[in-house]
Design a protein around this ligand. Structure first.
Ligand SMILES: [Zn+2]
Length: 336
């Protein structure tokens, strides 16, 4: 989802606190660690955005003769609905959730925004930034500046790269220099591929092209840059056959299930994740939220993996932590 601003982010250090045995016994036990590979460094108020019932059961048609809503979700009731944060409290609320759920997140945004998140959540933020400068399509960050972000600024992932919202393929020659930089610096790239958001791209996003979310459009890019490591954001949904074809063809490709996990019909979401796992790619599916607006989204999205009866406990741990740990080359990999 998230045709969000894709720009830059930040990083943090883990603090190790060694306490007495008594202190350790009194400390509340944290749940097993989770890595969310897809969070946006937002700090905005969301005027007009109300409670949300995730996993819409469908997308309504509309008629160009009438005034058309920008959002095509079929309205439903749910308990509990997810509520937007109160004005000024979004970061605080999401960070509280990250602490409670023991989440470390890759946070994408411009350097200033990401710095805010880093300050708010020390040790829980892995910084990500991209070559899009603001929301303006085609407005790119100068290559030298981006190089500095990765070599001096502590950024670890290049993303979210939202070329699909510009109607551009990731293999388009006009952006190749950025991917060449990522390959040279050994920085993984996170590219938005698939999902259309609200079912009304024709009304709100005139340059968006569903066809530019085809995972196989990555093949030329990957052939030009054989060491590039790619996170296909939103797992190329709904092009499962092409996604599996790419995963089969290139072992440097991982997927995240962000956005799609809470925004499409639940049965379909589970079928899609199951298909990825059953096809043999259980070690390349990463958990992500596409966290925005509603602080409860992260816990809700985690619960979908935890409640998936088609996944073994090990597969759940792999999706929620281990696969991202390997992709991001974090030191620790959990086995339980
Ligand atoms: Zn996205």
């Amino acid at each position: 989802m998230a045709n969000m601003r894709v720009t830059r982010a930040l990083f943090g250090l883990c603090a190790i606190v060694i306490g007495s045995l008594a202190m350790a016994q009194n400390a509340p036990e944290k749940p097993p660690r989770v890595i969310d590979v897809h969070v946006h460094a937002m700090d905005a108020e969301f005027p007009g955005v109300g409670p949300m019932c995730p996993n819409t059961p469908g997308f309504a048609a509309s008629d160009p003769k009438e005034k058309e809503a920008p959002f095509g979700w079929i309205k439903t009731d749910c308990t509990p609905a997810l509520y937007p944060a109160k004005p000024g409290e979004y970061i605080k609320d999401v960070v509280a959730e990250m602490d409670r759920l023991n989440v470390t997140a890759v946070v994408f945004g411009d350097p200033k925004s990401v710095e805010k998140w880093k300050q708010a959540a020390p040790g829980r933020v892995i910084p990500g930034t991209s070559f899009n400068n603001g929301m303006q399509p085609g407005n790119r960050v100068p290559l030298a500046e981006l190089r500095d972000d990765f070599t001096k600024g502590g950024f670890k992932v290049m993303g979210e790269i939202g070329l699909q919202y510009e109607g551009l393929s990731p293999s388009d020659p006009s952006v190749d220099q950025y991917f060449a930089l990522a390959e040279e610096l050994d920085i993984p790239v996170a590219i938005h591929m698939g999902t259309g958001g609200s079912g009304r791209a024709n009304i709100t996003l005139p340059k968006f092209r569903g066809s530019m979310g085809n995972p196989l459009l990555l093949e030329d890019l990957l052939a030009r840059h054989p060491k590039l490591r790619v996170q296909v954001m939103h797992a190329g949904y709904p092009m499962i056959d092409n996604m599996l074809t790419l995963l089969q063809a290139n072992s440097h490709v991982y997927v995240d299930v962000a956005g799609l996990i809470w925004s499409y019909p639940l049965k379909e979401v589970n079928r899609y994740i199951q298909r990825l796992v059953d096809a043999g790619f259980e070690d390349r599916v990463m958990f992500g939220t596409d966290q925005l607006v509603w602080p409860g989204l992260m816990a809700y999205s985690i619960s979908i993996i935890q409640n998936a009866d088609y996944l073994t406990p090990q597969q759940k741990r792999d999706i929620l932590y281990n696969n991202a740990g390997r992709f991001l080359r974090l030191d620790t990999v959990e086995t339980k």
